[in-house]
Design a protein around this ligand. Sequence first.
Ligand code: BGC
Length: 417
Amino acid sequence: MGDGPKGAQAGRFPEGFLWGTSSAAYQVEGDNRNSDWWEFEQQPGRIANGDRSSIANDHYHRYREDFALLRDLNQKAHRLSIEWSRIEPSPGEFDARQVRHYRDVLGELREQGIEPMVTLHHFSSPIWFSRRGGWAAPDAAHGFLPFVHRVVDQLGDLVGMWCTVNEPSICAANGWITGEFPPGRKANIAAFYRVTSNMHKAHELAYGAIKRRWPDAPVGLSHHKLLMLPATERRRDRWAARTMQAALDRWPVAPGRLRRVVESTCDYIGLAHYWGQMCAFDPRRPQEQFIRRFNVPGRPITDMGFSADPSWIRPVLNEVRSLGKPVYITENGLASHDDEWRCRYITETLADVLRAMGDGVDVRGYFHWTNTDNFEWARGYGIHFGLIDVDRSTLERRIKPSGHLYGRIAAANSLPD
Ligand code: BGC
């Protein structure tokens, strides 16, 4: 990966800083009928407002147009996922036509001068895999491997960077604790730990498979890292925040015993950061480790219902500094219909990314979530994270002011005055 960009100065990013956007196949492609999400969506009450992903942004057919827009926004990189349920619709059966499709997609991205970061699993799994217990099944990691090998062999020459799995802690918590994601289970702590640990295993196996074939390609994963703040300076509240942060970061970025995992199977640390919460010690909550969590008073609440603050990215980045690895912000963005707020959020966040770099964190790139407004999982189409608006009836794309702003920042490699 080389030495990476060095020497961030006031307002300016170092030469070679990677500017990108981030997306996920299921949220934009449309018509992913072999996915567990497709089945889940058909159950009444699962998706807000009765939405269905259906055609999504029809990115499956319109990727050329979408990548041309990214080129117009001076993007150097784009994070996208390969839909496992398209490549392997039934166990051990691979669809050569879909492999060819993704060769076209990745090839087109490269033609536009944009480097692909490929995610192998972004929340969506084939129906056959979920029928076998999904990520909670004992042999889950091995079930994932044939797909990984196929992609590594047949698409690997087109991939710039690899992201094995997306946010294991969110996948596990939403699928087995809150029930917001398939398989829709609730309060199953044992399954939560099985899932994160199986995804961890899957990451390690995928890391090996990729490195054997493409030793120079950087491989990592994306970890969802939110910030936990103590409700007061009291010792018990500080304990609550520390305990909650450690539980959420249990893997892969926690310091200490898990350091080894990062050292041996991550060429970089991928962080997704969106929001923060406060934690207070509460003796009435034994079920929740005696911790009460709530939005940070006085901070704006996004359309997702969480408090957000651009300055939180700096402590989040500093937490992984001691691991001494290059860092990519694999996702960061704002759920809001207020695009002026998004503009401020982007510049203020990036100013704090620069401050973290000044603190010594080796940040190499930033991938904004997301390029186009899309299917926000169980929240449906009502939530807008995009730099580009998509008209739901015509699917026409229109770059928002925040998109133009982000494009100017990427071109100048610096923040506006
Ligand atoms: C996920 C995305 C999602 C975003 C906003 C991330 O946790 O990786 O798929 O759209 O958050 O909620």
